[in-house]
Design a protein around this ligand. Structure first.
Ligand code: SER
Length: 586
């Protein structure tokens, strides 16, 4: 079985059971400031798990691309990946424990034809102090389906509880399904600590909402959220001992081996690990880039940079001498671009950014490693030294930590933080202090410029594509300075098209409408903007005809007729993957 087949079988099965197949969401959560990436299939569905009506109904199924970098150190072992595809089925107040367990049982034993003897299960053991009972109910349901009680274990919070990635939100006990990946006879009694039992599916019974005070409130609507890691499941079903032996990882690691003119099988165990890390990190990076996100020193851009630079360092360790990031990304796109069209659509951006980042880092990597050798004398690397490796040689702190660990020394991370903050503060002073929310003042003239900025963003997305997001704005009464994600220089035709689109709208003399709504409503309405607000909090949404809709604090012009003629004075590069436009109203 291939990942593709598993995905098809899964979606078809749940569709046949009344579930609607919904598209997976972006890797960049647009409504949750508590995490940088979509970490699970349930993540984009949180508003619906809390009771909002989903347009597709109460039974859903999908494939969600996910990124988890929390256990990045474990990547390279047999089963860990930073990017993975999660298959899921949801009940939003429809079926609960019994329905969920029965569906999983049928899929595993009737569709995938797994002998029951190869399966084992865990249930939640309960937590008296929080008023959460032992999940005897689920235990009973598994048993009623013919599961031997010796194959069911009760475990605690660490294993059988699923909470939100952030602190508050929907949560509940879960039941996990394990597959025996060992050879020979399956042990009669299930021991969850035996590594041959590999977890393949997790059914979460979302029964509670954890509130700000850490209390568990019973949800009026009981939900089911299940997640099955596609590659891991296909790996064990095919009797493989690692996720790198199935597609597309198998092809990726072979490509890495080919870069040093060898085959994957011929690699030493250390080389094998490096090849796996490179394959994993470059695949994840390719997917992040496909979202229009470029490497940077903050948030998602920083994680991307870390992944890339880590891959480049392992490439060096492996002895790869040529530029290789784009080569591996090429294979990722070929292997996965069918299911994920964003890979093909944003191919130029992906290749461009990879080449730039590799070139930039390759230049300083050798010197940085030499510098590291020089400073590693004592038993600790000071914060100043670690910061120098970061600022001069582009070593993410995590990389310095890793190199230090290999030599058995530590890094003074606290004093690194102090250096880092000092540096950030220095560069932030000036511009940002003066410009709150990108606006120099709240005069009428500046408000007009601000309204024109909304038109500009909408026009850029029409002309250049959906990868365009606002990356920064600095608006005065004299001019607009606007940064946005896009890697190529705009052509004179594109600039003209954007100007024309904006001026066409201005000529319509449309009113600029302000409506306050909840963040979820704003999202539903398709508003652009930085979703840095909390659930339930009201946000202001400014709408201009059907051309522009943005979450924004204002102020704005009342009507486009106040704006005058829009003109782009300059288009230039701002930073890697970000262009800058200077524009005026005449
Ligand atoms: N949310 C659960 C998980 O990520 C099930 O989808 O494992």
């Amino acid at each position: 079985m291939t990942v593709k087949e598993l995905k098809q079988k899964y979606l078809a099965f749940f569709e046949s059971k009344g579930h609607v197949i919904i598209p997976g969401a972006s890797l960049l959560p647009d409504n949750d400031p508590t995490v940088l990436f979509t970490t699970a299939g349930m993540h984009p569905l949180v508003p619906y798990l809390l009771g909002e009506k989903h347009p597709a109904g109460t039974k859903l199924t999908d494939v969600q691309k996910c990124i988890r970098t929390g256990d990045i150190d474990e990547v390279g072992d047999n089963w860990h990946l930073t990017f993975f595809e999660m298959l899921g089925n949801w009940s939003l107040g429809d079926y609960f424990k019994e329905g969920s367990v029965k569906l999983s049982f049928e899929f595993l034993t009737q569709v995938l034809n797994i002998p029951l003897d190869k399966l084992a299960f865990t249930c939640f053991t309960g937590e008296e102090e929080n008023g959460i009972p032992k999940d005897e109910e689920t235990f009973g349901i598994w048993q009623s389906l013919g599961v031997n009680p010796d194959r069911i274990q009760f475990l605690g919070r660490k294993d059988n509880w699923w909470g939100p990635a952030g602190q508050t939100g929907p949560c509940g006990p879960d039941t996990e399904i394990f597959f025996w990946s060992g050879e020979g006879e399956v042990p009669a009694k299930f021991d969850p600590s035996d590594k041959h039992w590999v977890e393949i599916w997790n059914n979460v019974f979302m029964q509670y909402n954890k509130d700000k005070d850490g209390k568990y409130q019973e949800l009026a609507q009981k939900n089911v959220d299940t997640g099955m890691g596609a590659e891991r499941t296909v790996g064990v079903l095919n009797g493989k001992s690692s996720v790198y032996e199935i597609e597309p990882m198998a092809t990726l690691v072979c490509q890495v081996a080919a870069l040093i003119d060898t085959t994957f099988d011929a690699l030493s165990s250390e080389q094998n690990k490096a090849a796996r890390i490179i394959a994993d990190h470059l695949r994840t990076s390719t997917f992040i880039l496909a979202e229009g996100m470029a490497p940077s020193n903050v948030d998602q851009g920083y994680i991307l940079r870390r992944l890339l630079r880590r891959a480049i360092r392992y490439g060096k360790q492996l002895g790869i001498t040529e530029e290789f990031c784009t080569k591996i990304a090429d294979v990722v796109i070929a292997e996965m671009g069918g299911f994920y069209p964003e890979l093909r659509k944003n191919r130029d951006f992906i290749m461009d950014e990879l080449a730039k980042e590799e070139e930039k880092f390759a230049k300083t990597l050798d010197k940085g490693l030499k510098e590291f050798e020089k400073i590693k004398k004592g038993d600790q690397i000071s914060g100043t030294e670690a910061f120098k490796l970061f600022s001069t040689y582009g070593f993410p702190l995590e990389m310095t930590r890793e190199l230090a660990l290999e030599k058995g020394i530590s890094v003074d991370e606290e004093s690194f933080d102090v250096e880092f903050k000092k540096h950030q503060e220095e560069s932030r002073q000036g511009a940002e202090k003066k410009f709150k929310g990108g606006l120099a003042d709240d005069s009428e003239v500046t408000a007009r410029m601000h309204t024109a900025t909304h038109l500009l963003l909408a026009a850029l997305r029409i002309v250049l594509g959906d990868h365009v997001y606002q990356k920064g704005a600095n608006i005065t009464a004299e001019r607009i300075r606007f940064d946005f994600s896009h890697s190529d220089k705009m052509t004179p035709e594109q600039i003209k098209q954007v100007e024309d689109l904006v001026n066409e709208q201005i000529a319509k003399a449309l009113p600029v409408e302000l409506v306050e709504m909840t963040l979820d409503e704003a999202k539903e309405a398709g508003a652009m903007g930085v979703f840095e607000h909390k659930y339930g909090e009201k946000v202001k949404v400014y709408t201009i005809g059907d051309f522009s809709k943005e979450i924004c604090g204002g102020p704005h012009a009342k009507n486009l007729s106040e704006l005058g003629h829009f003109k782009i004075a300059k288009e230039e590069s701002s930073s890697s993957g970000v262009r800058r436009i200077k524009a005026i109203l005449e």
